[in-house]
Write a protein that binds this ligand. Structure first.
Ligand code: KE4
Length: 437
């Protein structure tokens, strides 16, 4: 029996009259799963409620930030206390220094760090800095990698751009895109070839060390080490975009998990605890090129905003104190194993990729090691599965090319419920596909 969603429908229709597509970010429109979004009313722990009162176990986690689950007491208290002293000053605060010291202490590559308001700002600024520092223009990006809506990086981007089947965005001048060189993830030969073809012209390679925007794809053995060697040999910078995997796959992010230290790191999502805070940072020698110390300009009215900093600090303090990563990884592994078991039982081709507490179930024989292989997934079956899971109170990312996230608040009982719903939803999705074939 379909869930009642009248309020969601009505509010979404209102929104569509005054907001493009009715959403403030494209992937939220559920277009990739031919669905209609539910309008959220509130959330607590691993669960979210829509405006019709339906409850869901949430694996989107606001696209990554909610590693502690929704509305953790200590984060809400920290934000409330900060708000009581004012919401923004556009000036220095001790709290932003505390957060910067915390980030430098935890993330191996950071000697200095600059706060910004979104992952997009972080990657855009890191690219400008890499070009300013090396005095080179070309960059290498991964096909299916997504780094926010930066002009130079909206070329064969992942995430929402990938699902639209129009990877290159309108409005990106050819001149901007021509300096962006492309390689598939996990292909070191392609990177080597670009460096040989463009000797002395490549400023940096920007990579999600654990991509989440083509779905979750682990780096192959030696891949990240290979990028480190190639960039060092060719005088280019290695930029790790850890906006999603930072503080997600390990306390110090992918660079700590794999022991590969980039020159620059972009962070976001978890470091804001669900509020708008992101950052870029790296070696002092490079960061000293950033205004006002150096010639690379970057600024922001709300950068280091006291409320976002309070939420981020409270989140990182809990993560540093409790270090929940081993437990998160084992719970996620149980979920992934259960999903794979259900697919095998029902005879559905499925590959599940997992790194830490991020994962993606691809409807695909596998292995899925890059965007080219991810794209071979049965997105029609994924769409039907997404709908069936939503009807059973499980809220998954509305796209095959996204990662799912398990939080500290997801208990065994939530995972059990998810696996039970998953088995039923898979059977129903296969059946409805056969019926309409
Ligand atoms: P924002 O500008 O959305 O804060 O961050 C951009 C970004 C940069 N780098 C990585 C690795 C990212 O995953 C993101 C944003 N991730 C998407 C989820 N695939 C955000 C969801 C959305 O676009 O609404």
């Amino acid at each position: 029996m379909a869930l009642k969603r009248d309020q969601s429908q009505m509010i979404f229709e209102r929104g569509a009259k005054v907001i493009p597509g009715g959403v403030n970010s494209p992937v939220r429109a559920f277009r990739a799963v031919q669905g209609k979004p539910v309008v959220i009313h509130h959330a607590k722990g691993p669960e979210i409620w829509d405006v019709d009162g339906n409850k869901y176990i949430d694996y989107v986690a606001s696209w990554g930030p909610m590693i502690l689950g929704h509305a953790p007491k200590s984060v809400i208290a920290a934000v409330t206390e900060a708000a009581s002293r004012g919401t923004s000053f556009g000036a220095c605060t001790e709290a932003e220094v505390d957060l910067a010291e915390q980030l430098v202490r935890i993330v191996p590559s950071l000697e200095k760090v600059r706060m910004v308001n979104s992952g997009t700002e972080a990657t855009m600024s890191a690219l400008r800095l890499a070009r300013g520092f090396t005095k080179r223009d070309k960059i290498i990006k991964i096909i299916g990698g997504y780094h926010g809506h930066v002009d130079a990086l909206l070329v064969k981007a992942g995430s929402g751009a990938a699902t639209f089947g129009v990877p290159d965005s309108a409005g990106v001048p050819a001149g901007t895109a021509q300096d962006t060189l492309l390689v598939e993830f996990n292909d070191l030969d392609a990177v080597r070839a670009h460096f040989e073809a463009h000797a002395g012209a490549i400023a940096a390679i920007i990579v999600e060390p654990v991509p989440g925007n083509m779905g979750c794809v682990p780096p192959g053995p030696g891949y990240l080490e290979g990028l480190r060697e190639l960039t060092r040999a060719h005088g280019a910078l290695l930029i790790f975009d850890e906006v999603m995997c930072g503080f997600r796959v390990a306390l110090g992010g992918a660079q700590a998990r794999y022991g590969v230290t980039p020159d620059l790191t972009c962070l976001g999502k978890i470091i804001g605890g669900g509020l708008p805070a992101a950052a870029y940072g790296g070696k002092a020698e490079i960061m000293n090129q950033v205004s006002p110390d150096g010639p690379v300009y970057q600024a922001g009215t709300l950068s280091g905003n006291p409320l976002a900093v309070a939420a981020g600090r409270a989140t990182l303090e809990l993560l540093e104190r409790d270090n929940p990563y081993a437990e998160l990884e084992s719970r996620t592994a149980r979920l992934c194993k259960g999903m794979l078991g259900a697919a095998e039982e029902i005879g559905v081709p499925m590959t599940v990729n997992q790194v830490g507490s991020m994962f993606t179930a691809f409807f695909n024989e596998g292995p899925v090691t890059d965007f080219a292989s991810a794209k071979r997934s049965d997105t029609a079956l994924f769409s039907r599965f997404h709908h069936e899971m939503l009807e059973r109170g499980i809220y998954l990312a509305p796209s095959q090319f996204e990662a799912g996230f398990v939080s500290v608040a997801h208990l065994e009982s939530h995972l059990d419920r998810t696996l039970e719903a998953g088995r039923e939803a898979l059977r129903a999705a296969v059946a409805s596909g056969t019926a309409s074939a």
